[in-house]
Design a protein around this ligand. Structure first.
Ligand code: NAD
Length: 354
């Protein structure tokens, strides 16, 4: 060993392929223990993130059974915070710190501090998406050269969501290939396939954008107003009320119009008129959400408006309408990120100060 106690390797592994496995295997030759943080652990399934954290952990176990059993490879979930790299970096630091102190001290038999350990970030700077390798100056850098070029999970998923999801054995190890074959027979795969086909046809039907949308973040007495999506994409997931801006309409007006259409929000006197809804908007909080990957439909830039309704014992009445299946108030504490469509959880996190 050359003295590196812990390596840290971050990836989505959607799915795990031989390029990832190569990096992990080479890193394990150069560090005592390797921490693999499985990113985007908290997002809802979609054709870009088809597999849950538990499924990706199982893929890693199938390829590195002994290393995981011996505690040389430690796997943990890592959540996204799409609009706050600071929150994401803090989460990486917290996870690594907890694992290093626990495993480095043999689960409590020793009492060494974080600075007693040499930690190195492992990676293969594939492309611009690996910019985050530079966000951790406190750690050493352990660059692993790959024999697998720019080959990526995107290629595997593209092939997988064709009607015959057969993947060459040279790209995936046996355990992963077997898991993918079984997964392709199930109900979840069928839903994802429907979604993938819808998204494939989307540009021809609607163009590639950029599109402008407006979303309403409506809060009242510890609750947020959400709609359940009735159709693909994201059928069954919860979303902010919102939609595409009409050509002759202001973005703010689009947010109010969509809110009324999708939720029919009313007080004791009937549907709340647009001017009154507008008066609830906290203008200083209006924000653009523009992560290029935020929607698989294309480049969609959204503007979110915070509607803070008066605190009341009885929440304003709502009902489903338009293309949303149901509109309902949700207690913040009952929501988890994987219940929400696209980046709506990250938007709520930012707008509602969660
Ligand atoms: P990935 O699975 O595409 O890649 C993981 C690692 O494997 C990378 O170092 C990559 O360079 C390497 N790799 C990929 N193909 C390879 C090949 N053919 N040969 C050798 N190595 C190869 O995962 P990713 O997209 O880099 O994952 C980053 C994770 O971190 C994601 O979950 C992302 O959402 C998260 N992240 C979140 C934030 C935030 O929330 N603010 C910010 C940055 C990153």
């Amino acid at each position: 060993m050359n003295g590196i106690d812990f390596g840290v390797f971050i990836g989505r592994f959607q799915p795990l392929h031989v390029g990832h496995e190569h990096v992990i295997a080479r890193a394990l030759e150069r560090v005592d223990r390797l921490i693999v943080l499985v990113g985007s652990a908290n997002v809802a399934r979609d054709p870009r993130n088809p597999f849950s954290f538990a499924e990706r952990e199982a893929m890693l176990r199938s390829a590195f059974r002994y290393e995981m059993a011996e505690g040389r490879l430690i796997v943990a979930p890592l959540d996204d915070h799409l609009y706050s790299d600071t929150a994401w970096v803090a989460e990486v630091q917290r996870k690594v710190r907890a694992i290093v102190l626990d495993h480095g001290n043999h689960h409590g038999f020793q009492n060494r501090g974080l600075t007693d350990f040499r930690v190195a970030l492992t990676g293969y700077g594939k492309d611009a998406s690996s910019y985050y390798l530079k966000l951790f100056p406190e750690w050493e850098n352990l660059q692993i050269d790959s024999q697998y070029g720019t080959f990526s999970s995107t290629d595997v998923r593209r092939r997988y969501f064709q009607r015959i999801p057969e993947i060459a054995a040279t790209i995936l190890s046996n355990g992963v290939a077997e898991f993918l074959r079984g997964f392709a027979l199930g109900e979840i795969f069928r839903g994802l396939l429907e979604e993938a086909e819808y998204l494939e046809a989307y540009p021809a039907q609607w163009g590639v954008g950029p599109f402008i949308t407006a979303d309403a973040v409506v809060v009242q007495s510890g609750h947020i107003l959400l709609v359940e999506r009735g159709q693909v994409p994201g059928k069954g997931l919860l979303a902010l009320p919102g939609g595409f801006v009409n050509p002759a309409e202001r973005i703010r007006d689009a947010a109010i119009r969509e809110l009324r259409e999708e939720t029919a929000i009313s007080d004791g006197k009937g549907q709340i008129p647009p001017a009154m809804l507008a008066s609830f908007i906290e203008d200083s909080r209006t924000r653009v959400f523009d992560a290029p990957t935020r929607s698989l439909r294309g480049r969609i830039v959204t503007h979110a408006f915070l509607f803070r309704l008066p605190e009341r014992r009885k929440l304003f009445a709502v009902k489903g309408g338009d293309d949303a299946a149901h509109a309902r108030w949700y207690r913040f504490g009952d929501l988890s990120p994987d219940m929400l469509f696209e980046d709506h959880w990250s938007i709520i996190e930012e707008m509602a100060d969660l």
